[in-house]
Ligand binder design. Structure first.
Ligand code: G6P
Length: 368
């Protein structure tokens, strides 16, 4: 059956609004609240073999690579496993060191991206154990990995990835719980994470009610020529993804950067013309981000801050506040991503761009 836009003007907007459901679907049957654990039927490895995994290399392209970068923060923090993240196009042509007991994790919405597939095959040639986090069931990457997880996000038609990204984050959290609870994560910490996961779909729903505010914000900035997106810790990959979304659909040049790294270069770009989106939810690096915001304001940058509470430290100091609900730091990226998707969407519409079929881009890049 043809996939319909069911009342939405574009697939991108429909898929943004499907996220409460796609997040429920990626969690369905996978949460064990008592044990503070996840149940992942697709991970067919024995407990003994899982315990042998000493290191994880994540490989992917585009938005899936941003999810992979977040996977590094998640797996290192929650499961204490060392992780490195590589662009598949680089991994495939360098001479990657794959030690014994390294798991290579390929992340792909389509399961068909040529570079990711080539990287996966190279890893297998070198004897690595391989895992996939893939949306499309029966796709090549899903078939060629030793085991994995499906996202169950449903078809994603908009070329710019939205719902697949937030599901990839949740899949990585579930996998981190799975590995972490077998290592040194306490049951109480595990339970806190499961409870936070259960609240997530309704919290996303809440953010989606703000779509009018984000349109108003987009109106103010639709003529900008550049944007900076800044975040630290779990919010750094969100900054990269926010910038990518804006570039892809609105053709406004945007750069994502670690907020404190800004002073080593991008700060030179800041003047009253430069909109800077700060990811500043209440998490362990919040106070640090507040000082980075002050650095930008001191140079007359226009600051849009995404916060998760009243943010009294920022009231009156920034140009715009976008509020998302509060949750544990590891899950805040799911929530802070949503307003950035809507901002990119509305900016693109105001600029008359074809959001579902941006120029020069393909949904799945199956050639090199
Ligand atoms: C293309 C798409 C992106 C996507 C990337 C990786 O560039 O336009 O939205 O993130 O491929 O795709 P994959 O299917 O491997 O996640």
């Amino acid at each position: 059956a043809a996939i319909e836009k069911s009342g939405y003007e574009h697939f991108m907007l429909k898929e943004i609004h499907e996220q409460p459901q796609s997040l429920r679907d990626v969690m369905r049957g996978r949460l064990l609240p008592e044990e503070g654990m996840s149940r992942l039927g697709g991970i067919t490895l024995s407990d003994a073999d899982l315990a042998k995994v000493e290191r994880i290399t994540i490989t992917a392209c585009g938005t899936s690579w941003h999810a992979g970068l977040l996977g590094e923060y998640l797996l290192e923090e929650l499961a204490r496993i060392p992780v490195d993240v590589q662009y598949a196009s680089e991994f495939r042509y360098k001479n990657p060191v794959i030690e014994d007991n390294t798991l290579v994790l390929a992340i792909s919405q389509s399961g068909e991206t040529a570079d990711t597939l080539a990287a996966l095959r190279e890893a297998k040639r070198r004897g690595a154990l391989t895992m996939g986090i893939v949306n499309v069931v029966g796709s090549t990457i899903a078939r060629e990995t030793d085991f994995g997880m499906h996202l169950h996000a449903g078809p994603e038609i908009g070329v710019a990835s939205t719902k697949a990204f937030t599901s990839q984050i949740v899949a990585l959290v579930l996998f981190s719980l799975y590995m972490g609870r077998r290592r040194d994560m306490s049951v109480l910490e595990g339970r806190e994470m499961v409870e936070a996961l259960q609240r997530l779909p309704d919290q996303v729903e809440e953010i989606l009610q703000q779509t009018d505010d984000l349109r108003t914000l987009a109106e103010e900035f639709a003529d900008a020529r550049n944007f900076l997106y800044l975040g630290r810790g779990y919010q750094f990959p969100v900054a990269l993804e926010g910038a990518l979304k804006l570039k892809e659909v609105s053709y406004i040049h945007a750069e994502g950067y670690p907020a404190a790294e800004m002073k080593h270069g991008p700060i030179a770009l800041i003047d009253e013309e430069m909109p800077v989106v700060f990811l500043a939810p209440r998490d362990p690096v919040y106070a640090k981000v507040v000082s980075n915001i002050e650095e930008v304001k001191a140079r007359s940058g226009r600051v849009i801050a995404v916060v998760s509470d009243d943010a009294p430290e920022l009231q009156g100091k920034v140009d715009h506040l976008i509020r998302v609900p509060q949750t544990v730091p590891a899950l805040l990226p799911v929530l802070t991503t949503i307003p950035l998707q809507l901002l990119a969407y509305h900016a693109a519409i105001l600029r008359g761009c074809d959001v579902d079929q941006p120029r020069n881009l393909a949904k799945s890049v199956t050639v090199e």
